[in-house]
Each structure stands twice: as structure tokens, then as C-alpha cells.
Design a protein around this ligand. Structure first.
Ligand SMILES: [Zn+2]
Ligand SMILES: [Zn+2]
Length: 250
């Protein structure tokens, strides 16, 4: 199946929300294995966004900040190596968790992280300030997801640059009559109300693809270009549901 058929005029597909075994305690497959399946499926690139310090990190917190960051970045670095070999772009990001309220951060890298150990303690508003001053972007991940690890839905329209409105791991969950996840429907309404840019991603934890992500009309240069393209509303969140429904019929 050709995924770009579902995204006419937007042939460049990017996974924006991905967990590797190296960085995330709940992920099952390695960065290298993930790169392979995304390349085979026809994506142009992936962004590795492992669970960060206050999330379900795979890295022991009982070490220096510098060592922690070094180990944390391994998932991305392994993916980058594999991607360079196979011809899949790989960008860096992270997903931080504030007691079940999750944020995806893009546009900054390892060197910046090493210089900012205060990330371990900042509030959601301080995170936004800090990331912004440095030229990064903050997206609230799956704001309306209901799950055992999320005690309450909390929204921060003034401390984000955008909203993840389509999260492919919501497939089949909390469905509206037409089969669309209410978690996504509510996120879309929320983004619209605050006029915030929208993103889509899979939140993938293993090599079984969920077909989420962002589709763009042009190839992106790097993660800063991704930031520009999201803020400039150049892309579309991928309709993972349409893709998966049509696969079932084949
Ligand atoms: Zn996880
Ligand atoms: Zn995630």
C-alpha cells in the first residue's frame, strides 16, 4: 500500500511521536528496528521523543545529569545512525510528563540539555519559557486522553505552541458514532478554540505501525524546519484511522 495516496499533495510523511527501547522503559523495540519499519512504510522521517526525566525513562536517574542526558540520547543517536544508512531522516525531541500531562519538545539538542539541569524541576510554564528562549517548540501531547496514569485532564493554552490533535494510539478508543476517537475530537476543538497549530503522531512503542504523523508538501531540512512548518501550519496531521480502516479491507 502506498501511504502517500492518503495524503495527496502532502507526500512527505513524518512520525513525530516515537519511543525507543533505549530511552523509554515502556517501549519494546530498538531504534534501529523502528527506523527499518518506517523506511519500509514510506515515511520520509521520524522524530525520536523518548520519555524524559519525569516520565517513564529507561535511564537510571541515579547518575549525574550529564551522564543521564548522554544515556537518554542513545535512542535518538542509534536511530540517526540507522537512518543515515537507510535514507530516513531522524530528528531529536523529547516527551516530558507532569503527573500525566505530557508535552513534546522539539528544536533543541543534547548540548542544550546538558546545560539545563533545572529541567528536572521547572513548572510547565517555566519549561515553556526556557524552551522558547532557546528557540524550541512545545506541543501538548494527547491532551484529552483518559488513562489510568492520567489523574486529570489539564490544559495550558498559554504554555504551548501547539496541540497534538491526532494520536494514533487512540485508534479504537472512546469512539464517536462515526468511529473517530473522542480524545482526538476534543483536542481538535481545543486547538481551534485557542487558534493553536495542530500536530499528529503515533506515540508508537514497538514496530507494529500505527500510521500517525504529519504530512507535508515539501521535504523538511531538520528539526528547526519542522518547528517552522508546524508554526506556519504547512502540514496536516495524518488520518491514521482512514489508513488503518482501508488496510483492514484489503
Ligand atoms: Zn510510553
Ligand atoms: Zn509518548
Amino acid at each position: 500500500m502506498n501511504l502517500t495516496e492518503f495524503n495527496q499533495g502532502f507526500p512527505y510523511l513524518y512520525e513525530t511521536h516515537l519511543h525507543t527501547k533505549e530511552g523509554s522503559a515502556c517501549a519494546r523495540d530498538t531504534a534501529e528496528e523502528l527506523v527499518k519499519v518506517y523506511k519500509e512504510a514510506g515515511y520520509t522521517g521520524i522524530m525520536v521523543t523518548d520519555h524524559f526525566y519525569r516520565g517513564n525513562t529507561a535511564v537510571d536517574r541515579n547518575c549525574s545529569w550529564e551522564d543521564w542526558v548522554e544515556a537518554y540520547c542513545r535512542g535518538y543517536e542509534n536511530a540517526k545512525k540507522a537512518g543515515d544508512k537507510l535514507g530516513l531522516q531522524v530528528f531529536f525531541g523529547w516527551e516530558e510528563s507532569y503527573q500525566g500531562t505530557d508535552f513534546l519538545v522539539y528544536g533543541l539538542g543534547k548540548e542544550w540539555l546538558v546545560k539545563h539541569p533545572e529541567l528536572r524541576e521547572v513548572t510547565i510554564e517555566e519549561q515553556y519559557e526556557l524552551v522558547h528562549q532557546a528557540g524550541g517548540m512545545v506541543i501538548q501531547a494527547h491532551p484529552y486522553r483518559e488513562a489510568s496514569y492520567i489523574p486529570e485532564i489539564r490544559l495550558f493554552p498559554n504554555a504551548v505552541d501547539g496541540v497534538e490533535v491526532r494520536n494514533a494510539s487512540h485508534f479504537g478508543r472512546s469512539l464517536r458514532e462515526d468511529g473517530v476517537s473522542m480524545f482526538d475530537v476534543q483536542a481538535m476543538e481545543y486547538a481551534k478554540k485557542h487558534n493553536l497549530p495542530c500536530t499528529g503522531g503515533s506515540d508508537i512503542h514497538c514496530t507494529k505501525l500505527l500510521y500517525g504523523g504529519m504530512a507535508f508538501p515539501r521535504k523538511l531540512e531538520d528539526v528547526q524546519d519542522y518547528r517552522k512548518a508546524v508554526l506556519g501550519r504547512e502540514g496536516l496531521p495524518m488520518d491514521y484511522r482512514a489508513i488503518r480502516e482501508s488496510m483492514k479491507m484489503m
